[in-house]
Design a protein around this ligand. Sequence first.
Ligand SMILES: [Zn+2]
Length: 315
Amino acid sequence: MSQSELPEVPAGGLRKRTDGSRSGDQQRDLSLPAVPPPLPIAVYDNHTHLEIEDGIDTLDPIASLDRAELAGVRGVVQVGTDLATSKWSAQLAASDPRVLAAVALHPNEAPKLFAQGKLSAHLSEIARLASEPRVRAVGETGLDFFRTGEDGRDAQIEAFETHIEIAKANGIALQIHDRDAHDEVVATLTRVGAPARTVFHCFSGDARLARICNEHGWYMSFSGTSTFKNAPALREALQVARPELVLVETDAPFLTPEPLRGRPNAPYLMPHTVRRMSETLDESLEDVCARLVANTERVYGSWSFDADATKETAA
Ligand SMILES: [Zn+2]
């Protein structure tokens, strides 16, 4: 892939996570960590944000994908959070065989767009993008009661319901952002009817929610948070989860796994999470990787460019 074929990044260039204003940035080590030993079987990072830069080292999306391959991460789902990043995600997926895209308006964006009178126009654009062959998920969408207060909830729930319908209409997966809203997310999915392949991105529930997901056949994607010292409930959920419903992700540049917590994150650091997963499950790394690959391809289809024509049948 030559440089000239790369999609253009959104106006303003790559988005920056670190602007010096975040509390704690002064204490963080903002250099990129070393590449970990590669996984024995290359897996996929099913949720990442390559357009958001963190730290003091520049790692553009293509360099990030190259480095991921060195660590045994063969492909990613690049996730949009608004119209600009969703379009960019779809463009990147169309140009690089290591990338599939997810498109959506983030649950914290929806209420702002509603207040500006733009929500339905932007949702129509998301619906149009969702029909593109390498867009294989609608996400991240869902409910966030941590950052959005009571006044934004109606718009958030309305946007979530519309995203669910878009996923179903296109026969593609749904990636759910659920922050402090487990019961409402489950209630919405049950009320509206969940798509055949529904993923709780950055699973943040306990064994109870894992059992609910098991019952419905909903996928649970574990991120770096499942390595955190203060997260035994997540590891218990992982042990409860039906093995064929477990996925893995970075949510980079956020949620860097231990022992690198606080450093900038990128898909090449996912082996730390996968190795911890194999310890928690007391299973060989090979078996865990092989199953993650099979689960991920079942949800999103093949990454190969040749597979694009088969999107309809993947549902
Ligand atoms: Zn995310």
